[in-house]
Each structure stands twice: as C-alpha cells, then as structure tokens.
Design a protein around this ligand. Structure first.
Ligand code: G3I
Length: 361
C-alpha cells in the first residue's frame, strides 16, 4: 500500500459525527453495538470479512462472523502458492473448509486471488518454469481453470488479478507480463469466465480510490475487455486507508467506476490510525470516534457514489483489531486498530459509524 498517495494532512480529525447522544441501549458496556441490528441485517448488499483459516474455530471470532457478516474472503488461502504449491499439485483442503464454513452459515465466498501480479507473491516453481509464451499461457489457463472449476457455484466471485497496475497506470513487472505481454491480464479474465460463466470477475487493487492514473487505466482496460467480448465485471477497491483520506475523492472514484457500469467492491477495508504515531500507541476515545466518523463517511461515499445495482458489497480485512494483518509480526510490526471490533470483539465506534451510515443516520 502506498499511503503517500493519500492527500497529506497534518492534524488528526477528531470530529464526532458519531455521537454518544445517538446511542441506544448497548449490548454490553464498552460496546457500540446497536441493539437489534447487525451489519448484514442493515445493508441490502453483502458485508464481508477476510478470514484467517486457523482462527475459524476460535470464539468469539467465529460467532462474530456468523452474527455480522454475509460474505467471506480469505487473507491467504486462495492465493496461487497456497492452491498450487507445486506444478499440478493442487491443495484445496483449507480453502474448502472456508467454503464449508460459509455455506453452513449462508455466506457467499469471494475468491482472493487467482493471480497476484507480483513475482514476490508467485511461487518459485512458476518463476523458474521453463518455456515461452505458449507454456506460460497453458500454465495460466491450467491454474485458473482448475481453481475456478473446483469452486464453481460455491465461490461466486473472484479477484482475477490483484495489484496488476502501478500507481502511474503502467503494468506491474512480473513473470506473466514478461512471458505473455500486457494481454495476460484479459486472458486471465477470459479463462476465469470460461471456467465459470456465472462468477463475477474483478480486478483488485490499492489506491484506486484516489481517482488517478491507476483507476483511469483500469477503466480503459474494462472498455478494452468489452470491445473484445471478455467479461470484466468490476473493480475491487482494497481501501486499506487512513483517517486523513478524503471521502469526497473516494466517492468521485466510485462514481467514475459506476459510470462505466462496473460493479464496485470495497474489498479489503480498514482504517489505520498509526499515521505519525510511535510503533505502539493507545486507542484513545477521540481516535476511536474519529475512526467511527471516517468509516461512516466512507460507507456514505459508497452509498452515494454507487447505484444500488452496482453495489457488490463491502469487505473488511479481518474481524477484530487483533486479527488484522497489521498486528502480525511476520507481515510488519506496525501496531494498529484498523477494524470494526476491539480486541475483545466488542463493537467499536468504527462499527457504529459503519452501521449508522447503513441506517441513514
Ligand atoms: O501461515 C504461516 C505461519 O505458519 C508462519 O509461522 C508465518 C511466519 O512466516 O507465516 C505464515 O504465513 C503468512 C500468511 O500471511 C498467513 O496468513 C505469510 O508469512 C504472510 O506473508 C502472509 O501475509 C499475507 C499477505 O497478504 C501476503 O500473502 C497477509 O496475511 C494478508 O493479509 C495480505 O493480504 C494482502 C492482500 O492479499 C492484497 N492486498 C493487501 C493485503 C495486505 O497486505
């Protein structure tokens, strides 16, 4: 994620759009849960969470998912290296369990991601694979066909490509680009739609919400797909964002996307608070309220910027703060509180702001 692209602001916003006077009786002390409402109950489009497979049986992780969410993504388990760690050896066990959990709880599953357009996120055996365009085309097709067909009817949407463009709107250098040229991207969409004509197909990326060159290029690629008769249903806006992001700018980016008739998915939402903070810091009441206000503004940006028929849904990247990838040392050591639920799974102001936007408050 390139936070530098966000408009710079020096002061933390502490506005309290979400105000304590709005509070109905809360479920528990210290929780901003709105009695009688859940996320999935309030919105008429799916509200998703990205899960970590190893936590699915944990409580209250599992019960929070079941109570609040209607769609699941997985942080890791549908990625190329997880599903095909060796040539033609597909391992579906964990991803299948996620799908079973979702089905048992009447949730949709969004597949993330068929191709991650970075060599660092591509298994070594692919990087070292011998062959030219023909062989790599076959490799791409085989992975996408095998995976998408395996989950056909169960995984109803896919990030076909993840992070394929640079912020300047050029193609990210990777093995597929080097072997197949820029056409690899729409080939991936074509293979995915052949494998499951009903699945909704997305390009997923960060910083498109700034409405810059990257977003414009994706909109061009969508036009190109249409001209070629290749299905390209929508854009995934990751929205790993920060307090200082301007919701009006985000709304404009949604409007530009919707104007092309594309579905809009907020696919990995979180609002980090760590800007200009030491490596660890406390979640103060004012920070928590500012985060609630920001979630509310951003959900409103979605509701105002995307017409109903193009609202694919909003997915948060995790459940409680302690589940966030921010707080896992193997990813980075940046401590944060970016999600809707606190470490003890109580609803934060973030949750409150999110749900109040859905209620039009
Ligand atoms: O499971 C192993 C564990 O057994 C081992 O002890 C540990 C230490 O190396 O590694 C664990 O694997 C980690 C995996 O997450 C577990 O879920 C990998 O190292 C780690 O690299 C991996 O990180 C994921 C990252 O993508 C790379 O795949 C994060 O969980 C995931 O949140 C992150 O998600 C990305 C999206 O796919 C794309 N958009 C940005 C987003 C955040 O970076």
């Amino acid at each position: 994620m390139e936070e530098d692209l966000a408009p710079q602001e020096t002061t933390e916003k502490t506005q309290t759009v979400v105000s304590a006077s709005d509070l109905d009786e809360t479920a528990e002390k210290g929780s901003y849960h709105l009695k009688g409402y859940t996320l999935k109950g309030v919105f008429d489009f799916p509200i998703g969470a990205a899960v970590v497979y190893e936590r699915l049986k944990n409580e209250p992780y599992s019960s929070t998912l079941k109570r609040e969410f209607s769609r699941l993504s997985s942080e890791s388990n549908f990625k190329f290296h997880m599903l095909q760690p060796k040539e033609n050896e597909f391992v579906f066990t964990k991803a299948d369990e996620i799908v079973n959990f979702a089905q048992q709880n009447k949730m949709q599953v969004h597949g993330h991601t068929l191709i991650w357009a970075l060599d660092g996120m591509t298994p070594d055996w692919v990087l070292n694979y011998k062959g030219g365009a023909k062989e790599f085309d076959q490799l791409l097709k085989n992975h996408i066909y095998t995976v998408v067909k395996h989950f056909k009817g169960k995984v109803t949407s896919w990030d076909v490509v993840n992070e394929a463009l640079t912020p300047n709107g050029t193609y990210v250098d990777n093995i597929w680009l080097r072997k197949l040229g820029e056409g690899y991207l729409l080939k991936a969409f074509q293979y995915a739609s052949e494998a499951d004509p009903k699945a909704k197909l997305f390009a997923n990326d960060y910083s498109q919400e700034y409405g810059g060159k990257k977003l414009k290029k994706y909109l061009k690629i969508a036009d190109e797909a249409r001209a070629k008769g290749i299905r390209f249903d929508g854009l995934g806006f990751q929205m790993h964002t920060v307090l200082r992001v301007d919701a009006n700018m985000v709304q404009k980016s949604f409007e530009m996307t919707a104007a092309k008739g594309l579905l809009v998915h907020i696919s990995e939402m979180d609002v980090a608070l760590r800007y200009q903070k030491p490596s660890t810091f406390d979640l103060t009441d004012s920070l928590s309220r500012a985060q609630g206000a920001k979630y509310k503004e951003l959900v409103y940006a979605y509701l105002n910027g995307v017409p109903k028929h193009l609202r694919f849904g909003i997915t948060t990247w995790g459940v409680a703060d302690k589940d966030s990838y921010f707080n896992r040392n193997y990813v980075n050591s940046n401590h944060d509180y970016p999600l809707l639920f606190s470490k003890d799974y109580k609803a934060k102001w973030a949750y409150r702001g999110f749900i109040e936007a859905g209620l039009g408050r």
